[in-house]
Design a binder for this molecule. Structure first.
Ligand code: UTP
Length: 408
């Protein structure tokens, strides 16, 4: 392990000397924990982090989406194609559950949140129920890879164990942890979450494939001949997973990637929409969408940038392997980060107080040769839980579940 002076040198190089402020007050064991963390932390990544609000010079043009009308016409054909490939075990599912869910404000992993009223309806349970529906249809279990982070791994795995995996075949569920990155104040100084621990947070949802590989799961993917991965967010309780129609459409069009999308509520809705950037499939964030693009129409008089992403993608494993070693940018995200103050007391700020650094799935989409936006009905497939109340909250998700005939 590195010595204190080596640790000091490394920290000073990145302007993080304050990390050793409490060092002298620590016992030997605590000192070693901190030295080990300093040794293992790559502070250089913080310097290369990218502020999204900077100018992007790439040319944005519309991308052709597969829309509801066309999908409905070919539904049976797509479905049959998807079911056949699912029976052959060609698709695996990846649940992104490494996030901290700070906006929801529960200490437990988000998936453990109980949205039931007269009975228990955990978010994880809802997702497994949806996946189970497909398994019933095909007769073949889908391998489910669950990404956790250092912060919620134990709680997540214990919960699944306690709930007997909600009846899903345990041998088809595989957990893996994502990597962590230090969190900083607005000046880029890392926060301390204890006197001997730098505050860290999960490195965003875009690192999932490299984390899956680092966990040694690629051999399973190869052995099981899984050619596609359906990656999705934990917080959409109407999330359709391994949807045969979506899968069939991606296969039929020979795309490297498919992205489920919903029509925007209004031109200025705060959601990322699919587009082409310099001819590559991409996502333009709402704050990048100029007034002109926002109101642009396609040849049918429909808004040209109208399909918002809902964090449900199918990627070809071959394409993922190709891009695996490409360096993905770290984005700067404003969040509330627990930290210890000058008296060593742990604070949980209500409002954002600094930056986390995250890789994003949308950067993977940009590296794909092709990606088809696949339209789904918002009311049937999109009920995200982000906040405690109001928009995208437990209340709004409950309402949508009820509309879909779900008893809570
Ligand atoms: P969000 O962007 O909503 O982030 O994640 P979050 O951390 O869960 O919530 P807030 O912003 O702190 O309130 C979208 C999806 O990506 C996953 C989340 O678990 C969720 O499924 N995610 C996010 C990860 O798996 N890892 C991360 O580092 C971040």
């Amino acid at each position: 392990m590195i010595s204190v002076s080596e640790a000091g040198e490394k920290l000073n190089k990145y302007g993080q000397g304050h990390v050793l402020s409490y060092f002298d007050s620590l016992n030997e064991r605590e000192k070693n924990v901190l030295l080990k963390q300093i040794e293992e932390t790559d502070f250089s990544v913080l310097l290369s982090a990218k502020n999204d609000h900077g100018e992007d010079k790439r040319v944005i043009t519309p991308i052709k989406a597969l829309q509801l009308g066309e999908i409905n016409e070919k539904k049976d054909f797509y479905k049959e194609k998807g079911i056949k490939a699912l029976r052959e075990g060609k698709l695996g599912a990846v649940l992104l559950a490494g996030g901290m869910g700070t906006r929801l404000g529960s200490d437990d992993p988000k998936g453990m949140y109980d949205i039931g009223l007269t009975r228990h309806v955990y978010i994880f349970m809802r997702l497994i129920e949806n996946l189970t529906e497909v398994v019933r249809l095909t007769g073949k279990p889908v391998h489910l890879f669950i990404m956790t982070s250092e912060k919620n791994h134990e709680a997540t795995t214990d919960f699944f164990e306690k709930k007997d995996y909600f009846g899903y075949d345990r041998s088809y569920i595989h957990f893996f942890r994502q990597e962590m990155v230090p969190a900083t104040d607005y000046d880029g100084k890392v926060f301390m979450e204890a006197k001997n621990r730098i505050a860290t947070s999960p490195n965003g949802n875009g690192g999932w494939f490299s984390s899956l590989a680092a966990a040694g799961l690629l051999s399973l993917i190869e052995k099981e001949d899984i050619e596609w991965l359906n990656v999705f967010a934990v917080d959409n309780v109407l999330q359709k997973i391994a949807d045969p129609v979506f899968f069939g459409a991606v296969l039929d069009g020979n795309f490297e990637c498919g992205s489920k999308v919903v029509r925007k509520n209004s031109p200025d809705e705060r959601v990322g929409v699919m587009c082409l950037k310099d001819g590559h499939p991409s996502i333009v964030e709402y704050y990048e969408l100029t007034e002109k693009l926002m109101n642009e129409k396609d040849e049918n008089g429909q808004p040209a940038y109208d399909f918002g992403v809902i964090l449900n993608y199918i990627f070809s494993v071959k394409a993922l392997l190709r891009i695996m070693n490409d360096r993905m940018p770290l984005h700067i995200v404003e969040k509330s980060i627990p930290y210890i103050d000058e008296n060593g007391e742990l604070k949980h700020p209500e409002k954002p107080n600094g930056h986390k650094y995250e890789k994003l799935v949308l950067d993977m989409v940009e590296l794909m040769e092709s990606c088809v936006p696949f339209e789904v009905e918002r009311e049937k497939e999109f009920a995200p839980i982000k906040n405690r109340t109001g928009k995208d909250s437990v209340e709004s998700a409950r309402e949508l579940l009820r509309l879909n005939g779900y008893e809570l």
